[in-house]
Design a protein around this ligand. Structure first.
Ligand code: GLN
Length: 200
């Protein structure tokens, strides 16, 4: 499968995700036929078979998704979605903040800013089920927590406060920032899961 990875580029950690996916593709030995590019409108999205929803400010990203007429197209998008931090908030079915228009693609409840304010940001080495190579050094910045999951959503990492990584078919959502720090194992794992589902 040639990867055509779009990074939603309305607000937030866009260039960091582009760099992390390029590095992940290189480490996976993908040829130059795979590409990573910014997505700002439905025509860009139509070019992708994978989409990253970056961290940033989820209220702002949610508003801009609506404004750019991307809400329906992302909901109907047939490819994989890799959602981090603010992106995880947007993937949920249940967010207790009326400013968020959640995509509802993963059956879960998410608590925004569950750890408090910016000063309560932290880093931790966390265990992720099935991830080779040991603990993942995770950066949590005003991070969300998953407080409940539906039957198709698998919690793959928990810390004492709650669930911080979930997978469901072609979707991955992480409360932290895997695009920071140069460890691309989670980007690679997402792409490998996609290849298994879309071998062509
Ligand atoms: N707290 C932010 C929000 O919900 C997310 C923070 C982040 O993406 N780093 O918008």
């Amino acid at each position: 499968m040639d990867a055509r990875i779009g990074v939603l580029a309305l607000q937030g950690n866009v260039s960091e995700h582009i760099d992390a996916f390029l590095l992940a593709l290189e480490r996976m030995g993908h040829g130059s036929s795979s590409e990573v590019f910014e997505v700002r409108n439905p025509a860009d999205l139509a070019e992708c078979n994978a989409l990253a929803l970056p961290g940033g400010e989820s209220t702002t990203i949610s508003r801009l998704i609506d404004k750019n007429e991307l809400f329906g197209p992302i909901q109907q998008f047939k490819g994989g979605i890799f959602a981090t931090c603010a992106g995880m908030v947007l993937m949920a079915t249940d967010v207790a903040d009326p400013r968020i228009h959640p995509l509802g693609l993963m059956e879960m409840a998410v608590d925004r800013n569950a750890f408090g304010r910016q000063k309560d940001s932290f880093e931790a080495d966390i265990a992720i089920a099935g991830l080779d190579g040991g603990a993942f050094h995770a950066v949590f910045i005003r991070a969300p927590l998953v407080t409940a999951t539906g039957k198709c959503v698998m919690a793959v990492s928990r810390i004492p406060q709650g669930i911080v990584a979930v997978e469901s078919g072609r979707y991955t959502a992480l409360a932290f920032h895997p695009e920071l720090g140069g460890d691309t194992r989670l980007h690679e794992r997402f792409l490998k899961r996609l290849v298994r589902q879309f071998p062509e």
